[in-house]
Design a protein around this ligand. Structure first.
Ligand code: DGT
Ligand code: CA
Ligand code: CA
Ligand code: ZN
Length: 574
């Protein structure tokens, strides 16, 4: 079993122990799981070298369990735990607002042991009959089930993209493939995708199709044809592939990238010019002569348009902008000079400050901001003012070690309390290089109260960035009620930036909100919220989302040089 598999075992152990209301242990297992999944070496190698207990969060007992899994492929302890609860019960924990205590009560009192039964019970108003539950709780559960369904079987961009990339790598290795690309919503960078679409350009496609269905992770072949196939992967992702001849690759890529609405508008432009547009090329309607098809640039040019980046092909103003020559120059990865939201093992992150900084250096960054949690967030081991001061010293020391290579900002992700006040006194905040303020509690406020709360933090004079501004977790938690226009106005007046949190489950601001921020002249700060050094790679999802929001480099704070960033932050200081 690989590192991810072993981490999954411990996550499940933690969930079951949670259900059984065991104290402390669940979090210890979770911490171990997080460390294991972020290891850079194969865990079996560490086991062979007797170094398992060097993994953060792994003590003697977990080390023994890891050895058992490596030896036998399973963990008896987990098997025993599983036998103690009905099979579907863990699924209840995936419903927002259903924690271990609620799940256990639902099971014991009402015999609810899976999601279907929960839904039925809520619809029959049986949930509200439980002691301490009431109508409100029942409504919340119904709402939670709806949130869960809102992802509607769609897959997160962050889950789909690595799978698609590996698949294409495999196809390229398996033969003499000429051209290959992702297409569909995945190429457009949507936050969730219905399936993975792959396009290949090859003049002998049959061997590509053969290789496609022989991929080791294929669970089921839905369809296999000479130029078109579909499979389902073991992890239940559907992958569609199309093959076209190389001369049509550009036209096909344009067609299969979509969106459908963008393509409809494109075809209409073609019609007006006497051109026919399809997946094989652009043709003169009368002579059937092909005038474009090999590249996408050619296709757009044939319609008298500049190239339109895939991320904005949503028929949402991009075609008019292209016609008028006012398309934005979109943000590119090379523009981003640093990550401004990273956690370390001082709170709930997996890695040391030094590891984070060294990763930032290897990513070519000019700066990185260390922004751990504040004191109220006890489950994350949030920093007391005293520990925060010590951390600032530690940050300065690490920066010294890397002298000249990178600027390290000492910051914090400060909780916005229910009343809008910040989780540290001004005397503590004023010594920080950068302050992100975030809501982590009391998500269910009325719109007005929540807006007042957030605006108060923005206007405090100590905040540089509003963290994950809507608090949504895709498929798990709806955004809290917030007057975004009002928040943006306050942010503009106070010179506060909005975060684009790059975590695949968050992407918060969303693409649409990024565009709104730009229109409101509010700058966006792209941060990963990484809790391990590997997660610093999430920056790419933030960049894609920024592009979908029409942002260019001048709309984004962390495209500034270290010097300009520091002077901007200092200017705001007080
Ligand atoms: P998804 O998979 O739901 O996230 O969204 P898409 O956009 O990837 O949709 P999908 O997978 O059904 O089709 C991929 C692309 O192929 C789509 O973006 C545009 C193109 N396409 C598919 N069906 C049609 C169609 O009936 N008409 C046109 N014009 N284009 C289509
Ligand atoms: Ca698709
Ligand atoms: Ca598809
Ligand atoms: Zn946060």
């Amino acid at each position: 079993m690989d590192n991810q598999g072993i981490a999954a075992v411990f996550y499940e152990v933690a969930d079951i122990l949670d259900l059984q209301r065991v104290a402390f242990k669940p979090n210890a297992y979770r911490r171990a799981a997080r460390s294991i999944e972020s290891l850079e070496v194969d865990i079996s190698q560490l086991a062979a070298e007797g170094k398992l207990e060097e993994i953060p969060g792994v003590g003697k007992s977990v080390a023994k369990k890891i050895e058992e899994i490596l030896r036998t492929g399973e963990l008896q302890f987990l098997k025993k735990l599983r036998a103690q609860i009905p099979e579907g019960l863990l699924g209840l924990l995936s419903v927002p607002d259903v924690g271990p205590k609620t799940a256990m009560a639902l099971y014991k009192e009402l015999g609810i042991a899976n999601l279907d039964q929960l839904k039925q019970a809520a619809l029959d108003h049986r949930v509200r009959t439980l002691k301490g539950f009431g109508e409100k709780t029942e409504e919340r559960i119904v709402q939670g089930l709806r949130t869960l369904e809102s992802k509607g079987g769609r897959i997160l961009l962050g889950d789909a993209l690595p799978v698609a990339t590996a698949y294409i790598e495999y196809l390229k290795l398996s033969g003499s493939l000429d051209l290959a690309s992702v297409a569909g919503s995945l190429r457009r960078g949507k936050e969730t995708v219905g399936d993975i679409d792959i396009l290949v350009g090859d003049d002998e496609p049959s061997s590509v199709m053969e290789a496609f269905v022989s991929y080791p992770d294929v669970k089921e072949i839905l369809m296999k044809g000479p130029t078109k196939s579909s499979i389902v992967l073991k992890n239940n992702l559907q992958v569609d592939i199309r093959a076209v001849e190389t001369a049509s690759f550009g036209a096909a890529l344009q067609y299969f990238t979509g969106s459908k609405e963008h393509n409809v508008a494109m075809r209409k432009i073609g019609l007006d010019m006497g051109l026919k547009l399809n997946e094989y090329g652009v043709f003169e309607r009368d002579s059937e002569k092909r005038v474009a098809g090999e590249t996408e640039e050619e296709v757009y040019k044939a319609l008298g348009l500049p190239f339109i980046p895939p991320e904005i092909r949503e028929n949402d103003g991009e075609i008019e902008a292209a016609r008028k020559g006012t398309l934005p120059r979109l943000l590119e990865p090379r523009h981003v000079r640093g990550d401004v939201h990273v956690h370390t093992n001082w709170t709930d992150g997996a890695n040391s400050i030094k590891d984070i900084v060294s990763t930032a250096v290897s990513m070519g960054y000019e700066y990185v901001a260390i922004t751990d949690h504040s004191q109220s967030l006890k489950i994350t081991n949030g920093l007391t003012p005293d520990r925060l001061r010590k951390q600032v010293d530690a940050v300065r020391k690490v920066e010294e070690e890397f002298r000249g290579k990178i600027k390290v900002l000492a910051g914090n992700e400060v909780d916005i309390r229910a009343d809008g006040s910040l989780d540290y006194a001004s005397s503590v905040l004023k010594d920080l290089d950068i302050v992100i303020a975030s809501v982590h509690s009391r998500f269910k406020m009325e719109r007005e109260e929540m807006t007042r709360r957030v605006v108060k933090a923005i206007e405090s004079g100590f905040v540089d960035i509003l963290g994950h501004p809507t608090g949504r977790i895709i498929g798990q938690r709806l955004p809290y009620e917030l007057d975004m226009a009002g928040v943006l106005e306050a942010a503009k007046d106070a010179g506060v930036s909005m975060e684009l949190n790059s975590f695949p489950e968050r992407l918060d601001l969303s693409d649409a909100h990024c565009r709104l921020a730009k229109d409101s002249k509010v700058k966006v700060a792209i941060g990963t919220d990484a809790h391990s050094k590997e997660q610093m790679g999430f920056i790419k999802f933030g960049i894609i989302t920024a592009r979908r929001g029409w942002l260019g480099d001048s709309d984004v704070v962390n495209t500034l040089s270290a010097k300009d960033l520091m002077s901007m932050l200092r200017r705001r200081k007080r």
